[in-house]
Design a protein around this ligand. Sequence first.
Ligand SMILES: [Zn+2]
Ligand SMILES: [Zn+2]
Length: 477
Amino acid sequence: MNIDWPTIRNCDADARHGATIELSGWMIPLDPQADSVDYFLLSADEPCCGGCVPRNPLTSIEVHAAMPIAPQADALTLRGRLVHLVDDPAGWRYRLVDAKPLDLVETPSPRTFSRRAFLTSGAALGLTACAPGRFGGYTEAHDGAAAPTWQPPAGTLTIDMHSHGGRVIVSRNPAIGAHRPFIPLAAPMRAGGMNVICLAIVTDTTVTRVADNRKRFEAWRDPQPGELYALGQTEFQRARELIERQQMQLVTNTASLTASGPLGPCAIISAEGADFLEGQVDRVDEAYTQHRLRHLQLTHYRVNELGDIQTEPPVHGGLTDTGVQVIRRCNALGIVVDVAHGTYDLVKRAADTSTKPLVLSHSALATHPGARSRLITADHARAIAATGGVIGVWPSSGTFKDLHAMAEGVKRVADVVGVEHVGLGTDMLGFISPPVFRSYEQLPDLASALLLAGFSPEEVGAILGGNYRRVFQASVG
Ligand SMILES: [Zn+2]
Ligand SMILES: [Zn+2]
């Protein structure tokens, strides 16, 4: 359905909330030097110069594109799902999600554009975004029948074990780097009812790149001495700024988790890759004290000083002695140890070393993971569960075609290790291709899919937060 700017201006577009619409306007990227962007503004008016950013929410809307788009000098028409924003901290009234330029819209494919995919990610989103922070209304199941709505049991906290929400990571484009604009985080968390996220900085970004025709990341050069430590400082600073600007609460222990969790969007400072330590174990203490680090993932896309990674041939035979010392420091200080991206050999030694439960924050089960695969075997999952830990299931579109497939993936992990050892790790804004869970506004849909997969409301509460809460309590105190 085509809509025009007067419909936006007089707020009649509120009634189109959740609908797929087409709208023409000028594309205004916030990263002016980016070659392509998947977040930008669409404006009713041609921009007067390259540097000005429109502010009027009735003449510009936010756009989350389905794929990166090169900035266009001419007006373009976008097709996407319109979301009416309520209490958006940046002041925007409308957002177009899954937007595609009209002349690039391809023949519908089962993965991205089927009615099923649209219903599961779209229809319920419309209603829940109007009722911030609550699970309510109805959801449509993928067969078109009414699906169950999850009512969180009393005291439930929803927790995402792994997120780069708000675009906390610096840009790989050195011209933008740490000046990359944030995007809203608290508002979608509120809209979807997500209470807490483990907000993960990344400290190997400057030495990794996308490889194999945009299929995976790899390290492509050795860092300079001090480079990744400095990058860590920058990223921790960005995390702090993001939390402040979004007026989120910082969770540093079980008491603050219990007190702040139910009140509003919260963050636990987390790092994906301990590369910023540069092998110096005492920097764990510094990060704990100065940056409030409470969740540390040992390795990422670079074989670092701590151990081997799934996506590169092993060098160390698993966890190194430095890795062992880092785990001991985390156990002593009160930092959750996350072994995502690590090899099975790394996980086995980590499990032998750690006196606290381990987390593997974002992956999924595969019977025979291929070389360089980020998926894990049943034994790999069992090694985590044996510590009392949690495996976060991720929403990779390479693994799952929609939220229902993801819910079935959660079930497969639960069948192997028990429901008390499964969680959610969205890796928000960390995927190369858009994942099946790309906004916290989809949380009620995921909860509904988990109910349909056969979990009880209490089990859904454990998966969507309770299990991680147990590990956090045991590790951080
Ligand atoms: Zn990752
Ligand atoms: Zn990540």
